[in-house]
Design a protein around this ligand. Sequence first.
Ligand SMILES: [Zn+2]
Ligand SMILES: [Zn+2]
Length: 278
Amino acid sequence: MLPPDSHVHTEWSWDAPYGSMERTCARAIELGLPSVAFTEHADMTGWVTPQDAQRPPAWDRFVTGGVLVPPPIDLQGYNASLERCRERYPGLRIYSGVELSEPHWHSERSSSLLQAGEFERVLASVHSARRATGSGFEEVSSSFADHTPDQVVRDYLDETVRLVEQFDNFEVLAHIDYPVRYWPGHDRPYDPLNFEDQYRHVLRVLASADKVLELNTKVPLHPQILLWWHQEGGQAITFASDAHDPESLAHGFVEAVRTAQAAGFRPGPDPLGVWRRT
Ligand SMILES: [Zn+2]
Ligand SMILES: [Zn+2]
C-alpha cells in the first residue's frame, strides 16, 4: 500500500486553477491511498513581480503596484468542501491542513489562522527570498534572475533555519529543496553535496525541534538529504506530492518509498501517520 499523501492542494489554493478536492478524493480511492491531507496555501508575503513575469492572466487581479499579494484562504468554503468530501468518500481519511509560507515573518497572522482553521496537518515552508536590491521580497523562482543559483539555495537554507528557530507552531517542514525546482538548465547541475554543511545544519535544527521532514516528490528529494536527516537524528518523514491537480496525487510515491526505506525509515504504528526511523 502507498503511504498517505500529506501535502495536496485543491481549488481552495489560490494558485491551483486545476485543483479539485472532490476529484482528488476519487483519485485517492482509485490509487488505494489510505489518507490525504488538503494543505492549502497560506501565502502571507507579497512578491515584487517583474513586469514581464510569465504568470497566468488570472493572477493579475492579485497584483497591485507590481506586488503580487496572494489572497487568504476562504476557510468557510474550504471547510464546507471538506465536509462534502468526507460524506461522499467515507472510506478515505481526509485530513484538513494548511501550508504556512514564512510563518516566522507573519507569526500573528499565522497563529490566528491556525486558531480559526483548527487544521489537523500544519506544514511550514519558505517560498520567498529577499530581493538583491534589499527592498521587498520575491518568489524564490524569480530569485535566480538577480542571484547565482548557489546563492539562492544558500539563502533559502538560511531562511529555513530562521523559520524553524523562530516559529514552533507546525509539524512538518515542506520541500527543504524548493529552489531546485527552478535551478537554471544552463548552469552546472545541482548537487546537494555542494551544500552539505548547510543542509545538515537545517536538518539538525529541525531534528532538535522535534519536527518532521517531508519527502516531496514534485522534484524528488535527493536520497542524500534523507540519509543526512537520519544521521542528524531525524525521527520521522511524510510523503508529499504537492499536487495542484488530481492527476498529480501521489506522483512518484513508489520510487519515494524505496528512497525512504534505503535511508532507514519504515511505516510507523499508525498506517495513517508518519514514517519513523528504524
Ligand atoms: Zn510549497
Ligand atoms: Zn504546497
